[in-house]
Ligand binder design. Structure first.
Ligand code: C5P
Length: 297
């Protein structure tokens, strides 16, 4: 199997960008062969716009498959970004792992291969949580605020997850009134959203990227009679606005939404800056360990 092909799991063979850590750690192939069924024999649980969920190898687990399909404006605009799924899988793995390390509970268990990750099964809270640091997109349109205006404080918005309604903006009052989640759950969601924003703003700023806004989804993880809220879905340039700090160049799905071109290059640039692409140029300096080794100290 050549790098970038998926013959082992029966998926279409497609050229994709080469990423760091794409090989399995020692021993994992045995686990992979025993526990993860070939794609054709897996039960599909759900297919969304950019991902497919399959039944996982153990009860309470799912396999999240990242597609190259791209949609915008409530799926009125459709397209394919070759290699996007591979990049999003790797970027999301990276971000979820780091968030896990700082104590944010997430559904992520491990990445299985270039397009799939093993996740915990949750009951998705039907709310999209939008966190904004800088005015852009629908906020700018709705309130007539120029794109790029720094907001005086972080703004959290909520949209009700319903494709047929176009995921309408809702208030906390709607969430309480229709009991989409409890008050306690909403507090947990708000606390986590702020922590995630603080962490991610710093993580991206360190590699010259401004975190303008992003979308989060949360789910309920049941443990006996109790449930707790954990971070679900993905965090990738599909659901974030990421601008280069010096040029304001867009490194996210707005390139697709606004027909700017260079979508995969932008996603690749995000992965490269996060140190997820093969070594070269600035990466080597950001990676202190290999930098030190090169210098012989
Ligand atoms: O379009 P809007 O300005 O409301 O988007 C705010 C942020 O939420 C953007 O980063 C966008 O990518 C993300 N978003 C998303 N999925 C949606 C709506 C918004 O990922 N359904």
């Amino acid at each position: 199997m050549t790098p970038g092909s998926f013959a082992a799991i029966g998926a279409p063979v497609a050229p994709v960008p080469r990423l760091v850590h794409e090989s399995f750690p020692p021993g994992s192939f045995i686990w992979f062969r025993q526990k993860v069924l070939p794609m054709a024999r897996r039960r599909q649980i759900y297919e969304g716009k950019a991902k497919i969920l399959y039944e996982g190898p153990e009860p309470g687990t799912l396999i999240q498959y990242f597609k190259d399909d791209a949609t915008a404006f409530n799926a009125q605009k459709r397209g394919t970004i070759n290699g996007k799924g591979v990049l999003n899988n790797r970027i999301s793995e990276h971000v979820f792992t780091l968030l896990g390390n700082i104590g944010v509970p997430t559904h992520f268990i491990r990445r299985l291969n270039m397009r799939e990750q093993l996740i915990r099964q949750v009951e998705i809270v039907p709310i999209e949580v939008i966190v904004r640091n800088v005015a852009a997109g629908t906020l700018s349109k709705r309130l007539g605020i120029e794109e790029g205006t720094q907001l005086p404080r972080t703004l959290i918005e909520y949209c009700y997850k319903d494709d047929a309604l176009g995921d309408p903006l809702v208030a906390e009052e709607h969430i309480a009134c229709f009991n989409w989640c409890s008050q306690d759950e909403l507090h947990d969601i708000q606390d986590m959203a702020i922590r995630i924003n603080d962490f991610m703003s710093g993580m991206f700023a360190a590699v010259g990227i401004r975190l303008v806004d992003f979308k989060l989804e949360f789910g309920r993880l049941y443990e006996g009679d109790f449930s707790r809220i954990i971070l679900a879905d993905e965090i990738s340039p599909d659901g974030c606005r990421l601008w280069d700090m010096t040029t304001n160049e867009k490194l996210d799905k707005d390139r697709f939404r606004r027909d700017l071109g260079g979508e995969v290059e932008a996603y690749q640039e995000v992965a490269r800056r996060l140190g997820l692409m093969p070594e070269g140029g600035e990466n080597a300096v950001l990676d202190l360990e290999s930098h030190r080794k090169k210098k012989g100290s």
